[in-house]
Design a protein around this ligand. Structure first.
Ligand SMILES: [Zn+2]
Length: 112
């Protein structure tokens, strides 16, 4: 199973804060460095959603490529500038996740 190495933190205090800001009912995953912080979802629920996993895997790669603090800084500046939805790092994650789902729907294994 390719996701076995994916590091998650269930009931993460950081994700819980984000969840509270979003109204308390959302399922929240937020990547900090190499860990996916979850609130409102178990690890199994998260891993069962290929689009969600693919989305967070893009953020894991963005951290790997840019470094924890540089990426966090750029992400926050970008969010302040254009908002969450238009944040280029979110756009990239959404588009990649959509490609993965389309590939799965086509019956092919996605690229790891
Ligand atoms: Zn995202």
């Amino acid at each position: 199973m390719p996701d076995a190495k994916l590091r998650t933190w269930v009931n993460s205090p950081l994700a819980r804060v984000a969840r509270a800001v979003l109204g308390g009912n959302a399922r929240v995953a937020m990547v900090i460095g190499g860990t996916v912080h979850l609130s409102g979802a178990s690890r199994a629920e998260f891993l069962a959603d290929p689009e969600w996993v693919a989305h967070e895997q893009v953020h894991l790669r963005q951290y790997r490529e840019q470094g924890l603090l540089p990426f966090l800084y750029r992400y926050l500046v970008e969010s302040a500038r254009v908002g969450y939805y238009n944040n280029k790092y979110e756009v990239e994650a959404r588009e990649e996740a959509r490609r993965v789902v389309q590939t799965l729907a086509a019956g092919q294994a996605p690229q790891a």
